[in-house]
Design a protein. Sequence first.
Length: 456
Amino acid sequence: MLEGAVDSILEAVGDTPLVRLRRVVGDVDAEIYAKCEYLNPAGSMKDRMALHLVDEAERRGELRSGGTIVEATSGNTGAALAMIAAVRGYRCVFVMPDKMSDEKIASLRAFGARVLVCPTAVEPDDPRSYYSVARRVCDETPGAFYANQYHNQDNPGGHYRSTGPELWAQTGGGFDALVAGLGTGGTVTGVGRFLREKKPDVALIGVDPVGSLYYDYFKNGRLTTPFTYKVEGIGEDFIPSTIDLSLLDDVVRVDDRESFAMTRELVRREGLYVGGSSGAAVAGALKYARARGGGVRVVVILPDGASKYLSKIFNDDWMREHGLLGPGATLGTVADLIRFRVDNPVIAARAGDSVREVVALLKEHRVSQVPVLDGTRLLGAISEVDLLRYIVSEEESLDSPVGPLVEADFASASPATPLAEVQALLNEVRVVLVQVDGALVAVITKIDLIDYLARH
């Protein structure tokens, strides 16, 4: 064989470059380095974990010659598994949510895979969800192996064995923080475990899109109601067992507009041909670096490339149709709104307060809803509608505690959160609860935002 050649494309997985970002960093006092995982052979960081996952399945006898690989995927894991299957002679069936780009579906079919498309806006345990359909296909297919990236510990294991050591060898550990988007959590968990063994004080930062539940769960320990968003490949509507949130130092939230704007900037100003989850990760890294300051050195993972998003993120018509193109309205931040209504203190109930007491609290302060605390932990909010529904049911006493009635129909924010992001949140949830260092400092409802905007 020729010197310098590899025996198959699978041996080309890994060894991706680390590139310093300069033109998109702006006035942020930081060094930002991008780990270009989109340059893996099948186009994403998923190549690493998929190869490890298949190797381990073969070793354990779970995947045998002539077998079929089945997976629920947003596209990148499917492409990685399809590449491996092409080399090793397996069949593939992939199940995808319908918000994914046409390019992703076409690329999987180009490998010869069968692709099933399912609705996005259903619960994970709904029989129509892509998770449920993938499990059913596996059960009905002889010789099938369910890759199960959301619960297969070979997912973080692949990054622990590959991405982590490679990043350490490239940097010698000379950086302060690792930033990665949160999807299955395999990357930040696997790489994070390796880095913590080498450098215990390295900061591990997750990036989560508005609409996903990681941010609120990390901040409050409460599963809020997820809703749809446009960025692909990151965020979840449940907590996979492949993520270890205890490793994380913080989670930063980004919205679709800033994710896609940064994606375009990375292509046009840095020459990095990346996709939306990469833009989200860099936007999150810059938010983190700006807040931390002090010349921090940050490594950010760029998960996948641009070619799968040409009909969306790089299509002006699609961006305009979804209100994502052009400058966003300069509405200010949550801190501006809080200062605007400085004479409005936070009113809160306790989980052990009775229904009768909370009704009196709402009446006394002339408010329609209040946040509910269990000790210092934020449970959510309860409204007059919730209380009315409970009272007319005639099933319980007015002296029963309100804790069990609390809905997780809220989102969290900080004083630095842009009001444009709060506006997007209030389109989907009842109330936004503002916290500083875990303490509740403000409650924002739709009427609060309307009042502020009307006067500004």
